[in-house]
Design a protein around this ligand. Structure first.
Ligand code: SMO
Length: 739
């Protein structure tokens, strides 16, 4: 048995934080290579239309201008990649700059590269652009179906089992708002191009960029330095990334673009926006027997790499944690005017969860059952897991009934219902809402390489780069645990395609599950190799050696620390031993959780006060519970934002939410009292037993909040509410102005 100091599972503070909070972080905009030029973009000011006239002559002649690019100058670029994810359908790649037609407010039309940001701005003022507005058409580009047709209620088909309840949930478009706006810097040298990107997926961006530029993959190096949040908004190659690369190659000089905040509001990808509806059939005992769901997803005017992920995720995770044999899920995705709609924290899981959780409440109400009891009667029992779901997914683990029981116990749920009735009788508008969810995460492969340097340093390179999650800390813990060293002694390398040529990156709540497992296995291989070397050096049997404090421990307790072993194997700056792993998870890890939201609504204003959120979470093995909790709470904040206040609003083709004055992000004062209770069941689907935590807060919490508000408004006969649950919407229901 290998010695371990049990670093895995420890609540270690994030080792990167001191650096980040003292201004030592290095983001793309902090990089200023000699001779760096600035790229700026003239963006389409209309919703959609035809370019009647575009004249850039004055811009080309403006002071400080080095290059002007329009679509004509970009002919010959390859198509951007789109992850097929679902069969059939049409792929609509990016248009780096608008060519003849404009399809979204904020779409780039002209790029100018100049000596300074000011010069670029001034030069763009000189562009003459004439657009004839044309109403934008919507076009369905993908249809997909899971399950089989489900009979209608009252029908004699076997699926129909009694009464049917229906719900409809409309999700607002929201901004995957990262603190650091997107940024790109391309630096050419003799035969290579280095592109610094604020990205979640450096390796994929390298591949996609190489394909678009028609370059050999190894002629491009992509580096993601510190990334200040991403949430799905930085997981795909974007037009601006291509523009800086093209410009740098043409000019032979570094070219940088950094989005302003309002540019991000206009031109970054958006999230959610789905319109979903479903019907659930339940028998007299409250057992659901059939689900029919319709999911309608907007894509915007083009498809970034992961564009199909939200719709696919929503469809494939139905019927959620519930044991419903007959499902019929129809997905359609359509192109429309507007920025691309892509993955955003949760990526489809929030929509599926909300649909099931609304149905459960509706059914409970129809049958006169308590909502928690309704769920208890329908959850998939832990005893049958793992098993295939009706949409063809392998649900790995979890105990949903136990989550509900724990939630009831932790919150005193029954008493809360009594209190609610009393408060309601006293005239208060109060609601309780449940959100039970499952969350697939950690699918596919990731890479890791562990190196022992001649000076004894341990370098751990991972394909799972970071966007602010504390990856350095978590990976150092995994390495330390396996090699018997202190986490501080581990140097973590990530986010550079030269250092780590293969990898997926930081998305889909997968990094610790898959990247961490890759790291664990690479470390184990390193130990095996070290043991072989040490046994030869010491003249002992390999099986007599084990990992000990700081190195390998030999018979009789002699310790051969890593530094000594390394010194005997090679020069101080050489890699003396290494092990790499391309870990392919045997399955997908399914996190789960149960949330109770408690709300009180002010009658005069419709203001929703979230009195408490209690969340029982199953994140499997936690490498660092402190980091996990940070992720859960961060996700909760964004989930709360989407449920209660965030929405992108267009009117007459113009963006009304173009700044933080108009787009409502939750602030610290909006955060409710939160209690998170951990109830882990390790996943059998990866080497660590880890399940994802990054997106969970956007999945169960909004469903619980929606249910709580709908519950509070029951006395007013509330119809299905759309998101976000603004006070105006709520007030209109209370005052009887709606429905
Ligand atoms: S929405 Mo995430 O960054 O996969």
């Amino acid at each position: 048995m290998w010695h371990t100091k049990a670093w895995i599972g420890r609540e270690m503070p994030r080792r990167e934080d001191l650096r980040l909070v003292t201004g030592q972080g290095r983001y793309v905009d902090d990089l200023a290579p000699d001779g760096c030029l600035t790229l700026d973009i003239l963006r389409n000011p209309f919703a959609a239309g035809r370019i009647v006239d575009l004249d850039v002559e004055a811009t080309r002649a403006a002071p400080g201008v080095r290059l002007v690019l329009t679509a004509t100058d970009l002919a010959g670029l390859g198509a951007s990649a789109i992850n097929p994810l679902l069969p059939g359908g049409e792929a609509v790649p990016m248009q780096v700059l608008a060519d003849g037609v404009v399809r979204a407010l904020g779409q780039g039309v002209v790029a100018v590269v100049a000596d300074s940001r000011e010069a670029a701005r001034d030069a763009l003022e000189l562009v003459s652009l004439d657009v004839e507005e044309v109403p934008a058409a919507t076009r369905t580009v993908l249809r997909h179906r899971w399950g089989a047709p489900v009979a209608a209620s009252g029908n004699s088909a076997p699926a129909a089992c009694g009464r049917a309840v229906s719900v409809r949930v409309e999700h607002a478009l929201v901004a995957p708002f990262a603190l650091e706006p997107r940024a790109a810097l391309a630096v050419p040298d003799s035969d290579r191009l280095t592109v610094w990107l604020s990205t979640q997926t450096p390796q994929r961006c390298r591949d996609d960029l190489a394909a678009m530029l028609g370059l050999e993959r190894d002629r491009i190096r992509v580096v993601a330095p510190d990334v200040g949040g991403a949430f799905g908004g930085k997981a795909s190659l974007m037009p601006e990334d291509v523009l800086v690369a093209c410009a740098a190659l043409r000019l032979g000089r570094p070219v940088k673009w950094c989005a302003t905040r309002s540019e991000e509001m206009q031109a970054a990808t958006q999230g959610r926006g789905a319109v979903t509806s479903a019907t659930l059939q339940v028998d007299a005992e409250g057992r659901a027997c059939a689900l029919k769901a319709d999911l309608d997803y907007p894509l915007g005017h083009w498809m970034p790499y992961s564009a199909l992920a939200p719709g696919r995720n929503a469809g494939r995770i139905l019927p959620g944690p519930y044991d419903i044999a007959a499902v019929d899920v129809a997905l359609q995705a359509h192109l429309s005017a507007g920025p691309a709609v892509n993955i955003y924290r949760g990526a489809g899981r929030p929509e599926a969860t909300m649909l099931m959780e609304r149905l459960m409440d509706r059914a409970a109400q129809a049958l006169g059952l308590d909502p928690l009891e309704m769920r208890r009667r329908n959850v998939t029992p832990a005893s049958v897991l793992p098993r295939m779901t009706p949409t063809g997914e392998r649900l790995c683990s979890g105990d949903f009934a136990a989550l509900l029981d724990r939630l009831a116990a932790e919150t005193g749920y029954q008493e809360k219902r009594v209190t609610q009735a009393r408060r309601r009788a006293a005239g208060e508008i109060v609601g309780l809402g449940l959100g039970l969810y499952i969350e697939p995460c950690g699918q596919g492969w990731e890479t890791a390489e562990v190196r022992l340097m001649g000076d004894g340093t341990i370098v751990a390179a991972t394909g799972a780069s970071a966007q602010g999650q504390g990856r350095e800390t978590a990976f150092a813990q995994i390495v330390a645990d396996t090699l018997g060293i202190e986490p501080q002694a581990v140097r973590v390398v990530a986010g550079d395609t030269d250092a780590v040529p293969e990898g997926i990156g930081a998305l889909a709540s997968r990094s610790t599950a898959i990247g961490g497992s890759a790291m664990l296995l690479a470390c184990r291989t390193l130990v095996t190799r070290a043991v072989r070397k040490a046994a030869a050096l010491l003249g002992c049997r390999e099986d007599a050696l084990d990992v000990g404090p700081g190195g390998l421990i030999a018979p009789g307790g002699t310790l051969l620390v890593w530094r000594e072993l390394a010194a005997r194997l090679g020069a101080p700056d050489a890699v003396v031993l290494s092990a790499s792993e391309r870990y392919e998870a045997p399955g997908e890890a399914w996190a789960s959780g149960a949330v109770l939201a408690e709300v009180a609504i002010e009658a005069d204003t419709g203001t929703i006060a979230v009195e408490a959120i209690t969340w029982v979470d199953d994140a499997g093995t936690m490498v660092n519970p402190l980091l996990a909790e940070g992720q859960l709470i961060g996700g909760l904040a964004q989930g709360l934002g989407a449920a209660l206040m965030e929405r992108v609003v267009y009117r007459d083709g113009q963006l009304l939410t173009g700044s933080l004055m108009d787009y409502a992000l939750p602030r610290a004062a909006d955060m409710p009292p939160v209690r998170i209770v951990s109830q882990p069941t390790p996943s059998p689907a990866n080497a660590l037993g880890v399940k994802g935590v990054g997106e969970a807060g956007c999945i169960g919490v909004p469903a619980a909040l929606l249910n709580a508000v709908q519950d509070a408004l029951l006395p007013f006969g509330a119809p299905d509410l759309s998101l976000p649950l603004t006070s105006e919407k709520v007030w209109r229901i209370i005052t009887g102005l709606e429905p």
